[in-house]
Write a protein that binds this ligand. Structure first.
Ligand code: DAH
Length: 347
């Protein structure tokens, strides 16, 4: 019997590794270990054997049984791994390869047009040595108003413009100028940075107003910064965005955080300044509020206004997107309609 067991073991060992699928493995298992299998067949002879022989054979048979069970489990694992690999190989696709995605009838992902413009403008500023800063959507009164020299009586604090939280201490930022304050707090002058992001206003929506929209704030602080520096950076920015030289003019504009403050207009690109519907026949389009940073703002940001000065500007990104792509209603931008979004691919 021991010899037969030895033979069985050798045969088993030789063939188990060759099993390629679950069915043949199950069949193989029952041939060796099943009730009417070969192992039990050998052990039938035990009935007539001596106690000593039974003990010996029983022990060896048990060991063999365990060994077989173990290698069967191992082989099953191997088969399963091969199956999973095969399935993965079959279904694998590189979703960054647009052609393969389209071939499978899937839609390629793209970037939102506001993201596209934002990235483009970030690149322009990075090339001019600016840092990119971020700031929280949820702000406090200090960063959104007080540090920006916006007094209690200013209409921007009106309940109707600002989304306040129930504690009346926190709000959804109404402009990215908050990033000016955060930037001054975090940096020692001289510095220059831009801060893009979403802003929120509690307003009725129409073709040109949304409750959530996008701005890009800019700030430069150094020694003896002048309006000429401001104009230079703004002209460079606009020439890059519109891919042509643009004529600009400054008009006085009031914003509590700048003194003097300006509205920067560009000569209408549609009619080259001759006058058309877009520029309301003035030849100029209002685009960029900006100005020289108010000393109170520098102070609130921990900067000595007798040593340093600077400029700031705020660019409306949704408006730029609308001008670039001739979109006539701002509500398309965040309406969530995929047919709209799919027109803007990043490739
Ligand atoms: N924060 C202003 C707004 O949302 C825009 C603005 C105006 C930003 C003048 C500036 C600036 O940095 O200098 O209406």
């Amino acid at each position: 019997m021991l010899e037969k067991l030895e033979e069985l073991k050798n045969e088993f060992r030789e063939s188990v590794a060759g099993l390629q699928d679950r069915n043949s493995l199950a069949e193989f298992k029952s041939t060796y270990l099943g009730k009417k299998g070969r192992l039990n067949d050998i052990l039938k002879g035990m009935r007539d054997a001596d106690t000593d022989v039974r003990k010996q054979v029983g022990g060896t048979a048990n060991e063999l049984k365990q060994e077989m069970q173990k290698s069967l489990d191992k082989q099953l694992q191997k088969i399963e791994t091969t199956e999973i690999d095969a399935a993965l190989n079959k279904n694998w696709q590189d979703i960054t390869l647009t052609d393969s995605v389209r071939a499978k009838g899937l839609k390629a992902a793209g970037f939102h047009p506001v993201t596209l413009i934002q990235r483009e403008i970030e690149d322009i500023f990075i090339s001019m040595g600016f840092d990119i800063l971020d700031g929280p959507h949820i702000e406090d009164d200090f960063h959104n108003f007080e540090a920006l020299n916006i007094p209690d009586t200013h209409p921007a604090r009106d309940m109707q413009d600002t989304f306040w939280f129930a504690d009346m201490k926190h709000l959804l930022r109404t402009h990215t100028s908050t990033i000016q304050v955060r930037g001054m707090e975090a940096n020692e002058p001289p510095f220059k940075f831009v801060g893009p992001g979403k802003v929120f206003r509690c307003e009725a929506t129409d073709a040109s107003h949304e409750m959530a929209f996008h701005q890009l704030e800019g700030m430069m602080v150094g020694r003896d910064i002048s309006v000429a520096n401001l104009i230079y950076f703004m002209k460079t920015l606009l020439a890059e965005i519109f891919r042509q030289q643009v004529n600009v003019r400054l008009r006085p504009g009031f914003f509590p955080f700048v003194e003097p403050g300006f509205e920067l207009d560009i000569e209408c690109l549609i009619c080259a300044g001759k006058g058309c519907r877009v520029c309301k026949h003035t030849g100029w389009v209002e685009l960029l509020p900006c100005g020289m940073t108010h000393p109170n703002v520098l102070k609130a940001g921990g900067i000595d206004p007798t040593q340093w000065n600077g400029f700031a500007f705020g660019l409306g990104l949704d408006r730029l997107v609308m001008m670039r792509y001739h979109i006539d209603d701002i509500r398309h931008l965040h309406g969530g309609d995929l047919r709209f979004i799919e027109q803007f691919k990043a490739y």
